[in-house]
Design a protein around this ligand. Structure first.
Ligand SMILES: [Zn+2]
Ligand SMILES: [Zn+2]
Length: 449
């Protein structure tokens, strides 16, 4: 009887797929069986452009630069530029990112409306589109289903993913909570109008009515400010996956960097953020530069935000320790260590005495050491080694004559050539473990010392 092969549930991802319908082998299955669009090359790039995104990215940039060339920046307009950059930036960091993409706190309706309006002022799409892509980025980090996969290079993760049509559809992510949110729905419905008001009308009118700088308001606080905030956000996808340290996990690309934090209103502690995305902070240490954290903390104090989530301090420290232990293990594994007991021959006292006549052997802590090549290097002088040749120098080594330090003990252990039969340790056995091995990092399946 002929066997029929089973049809897969899906390879192409339906738009309205519920997360429960996603099979457990989804990522590997899709990546193996779904045909991606051919790569963008120097030959086909112009036919692969996403014209809507090209318009959004390059029109404000071009007109902003031309306008700035012809428009002097007045002090008051400059101050407005700084303030408005920060405010609309919070629309993305505190609103789109930490509130809607990650639900790290609860906002009152008033704060939701404020953040939805400010976020639209950066022309980064409606909340639903932005948060859907960002949730996919967290779920499929460093795979082809991550919309701004950092493995594809700095330019791709910064803006290449927007300029060119995606080679694959991003992996599914649940945004049903956002679809039922009235503020999100309101922003979606009036997105272009809100964007026009916040990007063009507000800065132009404030500078125009305020100090008669209509052109400066439009060019500097409208266009140039828009470009600054856009690229500041893009840096979270590019720079924050490329530059810095990985104190909490080194499995994927996200990194912590103060420089990225300075550019992105505090979103630069991205290694922490990918590990603890439900935490309202990115810079969780009090001194780390995270204005968005301070903004949300202030919102809580004035009653605009509640339930600011923080991850368990114990688990954060455990994550940090795990990386540190892994790094210590890597350092440890490239070093040469003393011979283990099981690798050494056991010799009798008589044998030891006999062999000590032909080479310099000293017994310390039950181990026999060959110190022939150390006579000239012994800081205490060769005569002490000669004196203890063929003897038990345990007491002398551990304080009787000189209380040797860690380096000496570590080096002594490297000179082990045998174990003395019945050579009972003097005092506690722990004393005879070289200091470098006292706190040796062991894998879970290794026997401890
Ligand atoms: Zn995030
Ligand atoms: Zn990321």
């Amino acid at each position: 009887m002929a066997t029929r092969s089973l049809e897969p549930i899906f390879i192409e991802i339906p738009d309205n797929i519920s997360v429960e319908a996603v099979p457990d082998n989804f990522v590997s299955y899709v990546l193996k069986h779904q045909e991606a669009l051919p790569p963008v090359t120097w030959k086909n790039w112009y036919s692969e452009l996403d014209w809507q995104h090209v318009f959004v990215l390059f029109v404000p940039l071009t007109f902003g630069l031309i306008g700035a060339w012809h428009t002097p920046l007045r002090l008051k307009t400059g101050i407005l530029l700084l303030v408005y950059t920060r405010l609309t930036g919070f629309g993305i960091t505190a609103g789109y990112h930490r509130l809607w993409a990650h639900r790290t706190y609860k906002a009152t309706r008033t704060l939701e409306y404020i953040l939805a309006v400010l976020g639209a002022g950066t022309l980064q799409g409606p909340i639903t589109w932005w948060a859907r892509g960002h949730r996919a980025h967290h779920r499929y980090t460093d795979t082809d289903l991550d919309p701004y996969d950092a493995r594809k290079g700095l330019f791709y993760s910064h803006m290449g993913w927007l300029i060119f049509r995606p080679r694959r559809k991003p992996g599914p992510a649940d945004i049903s909570d956002l679809r039922s949110n009235p503020v999100v729905k309101w922003q979606h419905k009036y997105y272009l109008l809100i964007a026009f008001i916040t990007i063009i009308a507000v800065p132009t009118c404030v500078a125009g009515y305020g100090w008669k700088d209509w052109q400066g308001g439009f060019v500097w606080t409208g266009l140039i400010r828009l470009v600054i905030v856009q690229h500041s956000t893009f840096c979270v996808n590019s720079l924050a996956h490329w530059l810095g340290d990985q104190p909490y996990d080194d499995k994927h690309t996200p990194k912590d960097s103060t420089l990225t934090a300075l550019i992105t209103l505090g979103e630069g502690y991205h290694n922490f953020h990918h590990q603890f995305p439900m935490d309202y902070r990115n810079g969780y240490k009090w001194y780390q530069y995270d204005p968005t954290k301070w903004f949300l903390w202030s919102c809580e104090k004035v009653g605009l935000a509640t339930h600011l989530n923080t991850f368990s301090e114990n688990e954060i420290k455990k994550g940090e320790l795990t990386v540190q232990l892994r790094r210590l293990l890597q350092k440890q594994e490239v070093l040469t260590w003393p011979a283990e007991k099981s690798d050494l021959p056991v010799i009798t006292w008589e044998d030891y005495q006999c062999q000590a006549k032909s080479r310099a052997l000293i017994c310390i802590g039950g181990y026999v050491h060959d110190v022939s090549d150390f006579f000239d290097k012994h800081p205490g002088g060769a005569y002490l080694l000669e004196k203890h040749n063929g003897k038990d120098a345990t007491s002398a080594f551990f304080g009787g004559i000189y209380d040797h330090g860690s380096a000496a003990h570590n080096l002594l252990a490297m000179k082990r050539v045998g174990i003395l039969l019945g050579g009972a340790p003097h005092g506690s056995e722990e004393q005879f473990v070289p200091p470098s091995q006292h706190l040796r990092v062991s894998r879970y399946d290794e026997l401890s010392l």
